[in-house]
Write a protein that binds this ligand. Structure first.
Ligand SMILES: [Zn+2]
Length: 1097
């Protein structure tokens, strides 16, 4: 039907809006060697079904209605909080613009005060590199009274460590493992079952709760007196580590009041282990790699009452009773700053096996010399135990976080594309691994031995090349696959479905036009935006126009398909009301080239908001919409992506119909897991069909109330798609955020119809996978779509003995269809070291990656186990990791000392952040949908994203001189670090707050907000006024720069000190005790120490 007879005014279609500039595609695919798709795409000629359900002319407002919408349904619990505006972040691949942090004046670096001296251990041998100092952080925690305000007899309630009697109630396996990752049952790591799987062991025994901060059980077990009482004879916790051979001298024990005994810090300046080293703390972040950390100049900064641990070992001094000083425990800010200073200036060259890369928070360039860049693969450890016994002992998970299509900064080249012509990529005949720099050529180059399975293969004549005197092919450096860690192969037709080169993918926009969507202004906003956004569909490097075809569907209880064929004067609508048996009513004219059909599409997008302007329809369907999009792609024989814009719980009668089953009473019960599980299996079945078709689903949700994110996100999750959620969407408040996300999402490069396989050398194998994908067997990760933001986390286990000489190899191969329809293979190779000494493992770990893995492991665990069990499992695993280090790697010292491996000194603080996150310990303001949403977001986050998500960045804005335009140094995420005379920005990749202290100078208030006093600042403001002064410009610039670093737009929320909204803000001060019962960092560290001591005793 001609939906509208009068030709609508044509807007200036095709005019790029200035705002797009920032979103513009980088030149993906423009790498040398890239060619155009070797296929012609047959014009789609599907038969038009006989039935063209063309409604009678004259009906210009089509959608059926079913009664007046109850106004109340549109309200919902909106406005209750600003919470829930999550958006994913990504800092890793941005341009290198971050400025190195500078220490705040007066900032006390870690180690400067009472605790946490660093102990050097000469017993630990360094197998390579410049001999580093294996430093340990030691802190005497036991027996300390953590907080002076907490009376021992009346411990605070609500902490996360409940009655010990329930600790051991681990409840078996993950029955639901089919959903997120679909492993055979035997492979799913059961929580609470010891399978040799890190983290799967239930708490060994009830943990006696001792320190005042760790809540005693409800049953009221008595606290152990020794923890608060005076030190008993022979009970010295952490006497001076005189046994540590590395110390020139140790301060004598300090006189402490009862109950607060601490040893003197064992860490006067280290004597130089090597004469070339300067005295002072030779901390090395990553074991034996990287430049040696320089002496910390203000190490000896004064701390009241503390001995000055400067370059001169001070005499023993009496120390007044003091709560554990937060400055004395390992600081994330300090670790990040040190790594930036030490490793940010030199490129990271990947030629050496087993090198630990700089931290994700450090800006650095990568030079590929044979191993994949850390932008593609990061590992929990770069030196893995030779035997499974060692691995079980250490409990350090062996995992790689892989981001196969990661975007690179402009300075780094995209992977070269290798074209071997009709013969295709060269592979091992036995294990099918692809040619890579680790393959060993033998017999004068006529054969090669596979580095993964040792099979000897013939070299095909056309690939033959002579070897040099070292056995290396003389053309090694001319061939990416022989010299680089990452590269691509053009795939032959053998790698294509049905032995046919693929058609270019299609995008289908599927828009909810029910009452809520119309009323909020969403439909009009979206249609207006699409008119110009469609000009920016992803295109392959150099191509003039995108090969992607587009199609449009609107829906409420029924679906409306549109014929936008270029030959039509007006778009035609076809209604399908039989949602129980979805089919696509038109083939010709549904998926079109955007340029050819521009006028018709523009006309359609103009008409849609008008057509449904008076709709009364409130009910929606959901599964049939996905079904329709998938069927359309199937009919067109192409892969593609559905963009769904959806507002409500799909309660209309149709497949996939849902009911409201939200029940907060389930929290902290054994049934809590059901809140994370889908309420019907229908979506998994549908997702499976989507994956088979290469149909990726991106879901934009605009809920006013519960929509069951846990169920609605199943298809996006299993098809490699993304979910965005805009609670209580209002155009005026949320359009910037929605449009930014939409632009980025539509323009981002996607690999379609992908399969990923991780091969390993003999001795280890991939056993478990985390991320947004589907698995039909135990090895192939199927991704209907994969974009540059998504990661797949892979866990490895031993199946044989490894050896130090050969190390261990990983090869990740991703077969995918590019946005131009080209079939390609992207290969990433990584070689790791293997060790027979546990100390080597601990020295080459990366805590950020460990946390990424542990969070994903825990977030999957909540699908099948009580949340408390999941938390306990994490704590136990962390304690086991640290206890094993203490037992096997640390030099003998008093049991009262907490000794942390240098590379893992932030493990406790970061783990605590995971434990108190909304998924594992929700506060009252966190909705069930928020938790399900965050759970699925974290599942595909990269290491940089989880790092900032769990430990937010807090930046003081008014402490540094106003002329200083560089990013200010962060401070620790604790209320103690906030000064009421300053203004701070806090971001975690999803949320962005501007906190204003109550005593901020009037001039600052005027400059930033354009009002004359603190009281006139509007709390909850989301846009700062643009004012013509230095401070205003600086803050706006910083906000823009933070947003540019993240993959999702962060909406700003202004929070005034002492204001109601401050509760929300404080939720992100993760070093503090949380309202939902999460422990403070200090308390958690004490608790962890106790756990470790129990394991050791
Ligand atoms: Zn092989």
């Amino acid at each position: 039907m001609n939906v509208n007879q009068s030709a609508p005014p044509v807007p200036p279609f095709g005019q790029p809006q200035p705002v797009y500039l920032g979103h513009h595609q980088s030149s993906y695919g423009g790498q040398p060697g890239s060619t155009t798709a070797p296929t012609s795409y047959g014009a789609y000629n599907g038969p038009v079904p006989g039935y063209q359900q063309t409604p009678p002319p004259g009906v210009s407002r089509a959608p059926p209605s079913s009664g007046a919408p109850p106004a109340s349904t549109a309200q919902g619990p909106c406005g209750q909080t600003a919470y829930g505006q999550f958006g994913q972040g990504d800092v890793q691949n941005g341009p290198s613009s971050t400025v190195q942090m500078q220490r705040l004046p007066g900032y006390q670096p870690f180690g400067s005060a009472i605790l946490a001296p660093v102990v050097s251990q000469p017993a630990v041998l360094q197998p390579y590199g410049p001999p580093p100092t294996s430093a340990q952080v030691t802190a005497q925690l036991a027996g300390m009274q953590i907080s002076g305000t907490v009376a021992p007899a009346s411990p605070p309630s609500g902490l996360g460590y409940g009655p010990p009697t329930s600790l051991a109630s681990a409840s078996g396996s993950f029955p639901n493992s089919g959903l997120y990752g679909s492993y055979p049952q035997g492979q799913a790591p059961p929580l609470g079952q010891a399978q040799g799987h890190p983290g799967t062991q239930p708490p060994q025994r009830p943990v006696p709760l001792q320190a005042s901060s760790f809540t005693p059980p409800a049953s009221g077990g008595p606290r152990m007196p020794s923890m608060t009482g005076p030190l008993l004879p022979g009970q010295s916790f952490g006497g001076p580590p005189v046994s540590q051979p590395n110390h020139v001298s140790s301060p004598a024990p300090q006189a402490l009041p009862p109950g607060t005994q601490m040893t003197g810090p064992p860490g006067p300046p280290l004597p130089p282990m090597h004469s070339s080293q300067q005295p002072g703390y030779q901390l090395q972040q990553n074991g034996s790699f990287g430049p040696t950390r320089g002496p910390q100049s203000n190490y000896g900064s004064p701390y009241p009452g503390a001995a000055a641990f400067g370059s001169q070992p001070g005499p023993p001094q009496p120390l007044p009773a003091k709560r554990l000083d937060p400055d004395a425990i390992p600081s994330p800010i300090q670790v990040i700053e040190d790594d930036r200073n030490n490793r940010g200036s030199e490129p990271f060259v990947t030629g050496v096996r087993g090198q630990v890369p700089p931290l994700v928070t450090t800006n650095f360039l990568v030079k590929d010399q044979g191993n994949a860049s850390p932008r593609y693969i990061r590992c929990t450890s770069y030196n893995i135990p030779c035997t499974s016994d060692m691995a079980k002992q250490a409990q350090v998970p062996l995992a790689a976080v892989i981001k196969p299509l990661a975007r690179l900064p402009p300075e780094e080249a995209s992977p070269y594309v290798v074209d071997h012509g009709e013969s295709g990529p060269l592979r091992c005949n036995r294990c099918k691994a692809y040619m890579c720099p680790f393959m060993q050529f033998v017999e004068g180059g006529r054969r090669f031995q596979c580095c993964f399975c040792s099979c000897i293969n013939d070299v095909p004549p056309q690939y033959f090349q002579h070897l040099d005197h070292t056995g290396k092919r003389v053309d090694a450096y001319d061939r990416p696959e022989l010299s680089l860690g990452s590269y691509e192969f053009l795939a032959t037709v053998d790698y294509c479905k049905n032995n046919k080169f693929p058609s270019p993918p299609a995008f289908i926009f599927m828009i909810d036009v029910s009452y809520n969507a119309i009323r909020s202004g969403l439909v009009r906003l979206l249609c207006e935006e699409l008119k110009s956004l469609l000009d920016f569909l992803p295109r392959e490097g150099g191509a003039e126009e995108s090969a992607i075809r587009v199609g449009f569907v609107t829906y409420n209880k029924v679906l409306h398909f549109y014929n936008v064929k270029s030959s039509l004067a007006q778009p035609q609508m076809m209604v399908v009301s039989d949602v129980g048996d979805m089919f696509v009513p038109l083939l010709d004219g549904f998926l079109v080239n955007i340029n050819e059909s521009q006028a018709v599409i523009t006309s359609l997008l103009d008409q849609i908001p008008e057509m449904f302007a008076d709709t009364r329809e409130t009910e929606t369907v959901f599964a049939p919409v996905i079904q329709a999009g998938m069927e359309a792609l199937k009919a067109a024989e192409c892969a593609g992506k559905l963009f769904l814009f959806h507002t409500s719980l799909p309660i209309a009668e149709a497949p996939g119909k849902l009911k409201n089953r939200d029940d907060r009473k389930l929290i902290n019960t054994d049934k809590e897991k059901t809140l994370f599980q889908p309420q019907t299996g229908a979506y998994q079945t549908l997702a499976k069909e989507c994956v088979a078709q290469g149909c990726c689903v991106d879901l934009f949700l605009f809920p006013n109330q519960y929509v069951d994110v846990a169920t609605l996100s199943v298809v996006p999750q299993l098809t490699g798609g993304s979910v965005y959620k805009y609670a209580c969407f209002q155009v005026e408040n949320d359009q910037e955020r929605f449009l930014s996300d939409l632009r980025r999402d539509v323009q981002k490069v996607v690999g379609f119809d992908a399969v990923m396989r991780v091969r390993t050398s003999t001795g280890i194998r991939a056993v478990d996978f985390f991320g947004a994908f589907y698995m039909n067997n135990t090895t192939d990760v199927e991704l209907a779509g994969l974009d540059g933001d998504k990661t797949v986390t892979v866990e490895f286990k031993h199946d044989d003995r490894l050896n130090e000489e050969n190390g261990a190899l990983l090869q990740c191969a991703l077969l995918y269809t590019s946005c131009a329809g080209q079939r390609r293979l992207r290969i990433h190779n990584l070689a790791l070291n293997c060790c027979t000494q546990l100390a080597d493992l601990y020295r080459n770990c990366e805590t950020d990656t460990l946390i990424n893995y542990m969070a994903k492991f825990a977030y999957r665990g909540v699908l099948s186990s009580p949340v408390k069990t999941v938390r306990d499992t994490l704590i136990t695993q962390c304690a086991q990791i640290l206890a094993c280090y203490r037992k096997n790697c640390a030099s003998p010292s008093s049991a009262g000392q907490l000794i942390l491996p240098e590379c893992m000194k932030l493990l406790p603080v970061y783990l605590n952040c995971v434990l108190k996150s909304d998924v594992l310990q929700p506060g009252a303001e966190v909705t069930t949908d928020d938790r399900a949403y965050v759970r699925q977001l974290v599942t595909s986050m990269d290491v940089a994203e989880t790092n900032v998500f769990f430990y937010p960045r807090l930046l003081p804005l008014t402490k540094s001189p106003i002329e200083n335009t560089t990013e200010p140094p962060a401070v620790r995420a604790s209320e103690e670090r906030l000064s009421n005379g300053d203004i701070y920005l806090l971001e975690n990749g999803l949320n962005l707050f501007l906190w204003v202290g109550a005593s901020v100078q009037q001039g600052v208030v005027q400059s930033l907000f354009g009002v004359s006093s603190f009281s006139q600042i509007t709390s909850g403001l989301s846009v700062l006024p643009v004012l013509d002064n230095l401070l205003s410009k600086k803050v706006q610039g910083l906000i823009d720069s933070l947003r540019a670093q993240r993959s999702r737009y962060m909406k700003l929320i202004v929070v005034k000190q002492e204001d109601k909204l401050e509760t929300l803000f404080k939720h992100f001060l993760v070093e503090d005790k949380s309202l939902s019962g999460g422990a403070s960092y200090v308390d958690f560290l004490c608790h962890m120490h106790k756990e470790i001591r129990q394991l050791l005793s």
